[in-house]
Each structure stands twice: as structure tokens, then as C-alpha cells.
Design a protein. Structure first.
Length: 158
């Protein structure tokens, strides 16, 4: 697990939160279940400039080339959580690494956890881990929604 802080500014995080909130509110108006995990992954943003920016940032720090698989805006509504899991679902494609870019920290709960570590979301914090090998989850979110961008990477064609 690698953690990078201050990857993007608070202002940019707020811009993405507004974008995510808009999509989320629209889905709720359409009667879609706001607690369905598949509905919390709101929009693929593979062509968004943040993808290239984050890719270059990580590569400059770890000196390994990443291949981008996909990227999604994500909301964790109040009361949502994720049990511990790995990304062995065929929908993850060939992605073997995952990054989470945290956009807010003004909620309670919503802690990312593995067997060995708890990571408190912090505005602009980015993680990188092997999602196919590291069992991970998210504790119940309380008080306010938790917002993030999830990046799926492939390393060495694995």
C-alpha cells in the first residue's frame, strides 16, 4: 500500500464533488437505488485530464509504467460500506492495481481498511495497492457522503 498526500488541490476536489453530486442526485431522481454499490460508481471518466495527471504523478514516484484500464467517479452515501474483498471479478478486466483519490474528509466513518492498515480519507490523498491481492473494504459512512475517484491500472501486462 502506497499513500500520496496533496496530489490535487482542495479546489479541484470540490469541483469533482460537485460533478459527482450532480450525477448522484440525478440517479436518485430517476428512482435508482442510492445504496446499490453499482449505482455509487457513477460515471466512467476515462478521457478526463485527471487520469493522465494521476498516472504521471504515480509513475514519477514509483518509477513503474502504469497502463490505464478505467476510472470512475464514486460516491459512498450515508450508511454505505464495503465488506472486505479483492478484485477478482471479471468486470475488473486486466486491472491488477487500484488507486483511490479522496475528494473529501468532512464525513464520519468511511475508513478504508485492509488486514494490516486503516487509511483515513483526506482531501487530495491518493492510494495505490494491488486490488487483486490485498483484501480491502470501507467502514460505514456516517453524517455526510464520501466522494472519491477510483482508478484501475495494469502493471506489466498482468
Amino acid at each position: 500500500m502506497i499513500i500520496f498526500d496533496n496530489v490535487i488541490s482542495k479546489e479541484r476536489c470540490e469541483q469533482y464533488i460537485k460533478r459527482i453530486s450532480s450525477y448522484y442526485e440525478e440517479r436518485c431522481k430517476q428512482g435508482l437505488d442510492p445504496m446499490s454499490f453499482s449505482q455509487t460508481r457513477l460515471l466512467n471518466i476515462d478521457d478526463d485530464p485527471i487520469v493522465i495527471e494521476v498516472k504521471k504523478y504515480i509513475e514519477s514516484k514509483i518509477k513503474i509504467e502504469l497502463n490505464h484500464s478505467w476510472t470512475q467517479l464514486q460516491v459512498w452515501p450515508i450508511s454505505s460500506f464495503s465488506v472486505k474483498h479483492i478484485h477478482d471479478d471479471p468486470r475488473a478486466g486486466n486491472a491488477n492495481y487500484t488507486s483511490m483519490l479522496y475528494l473529501n474528509d468532512d464525513f464520519e466513518g468511511g475508513v478504508f481498511y485492509t488486514d494490516d492498515i486503516n487509511i483515513l480519507p483526506k482531501v487530495g490523498r491518493l492510494t495505490l495497492f494491488n486490488g487483486r491481492e490485498v483484501y480491502h473494504g470501507v467502514t460505514h459512512v456516517h453524517k455526510r457522503n464520501r466522494y472519491s475517484i477510483i482508478f484501475w491500472w495494469n502493471v506489466d501486462g498482468k
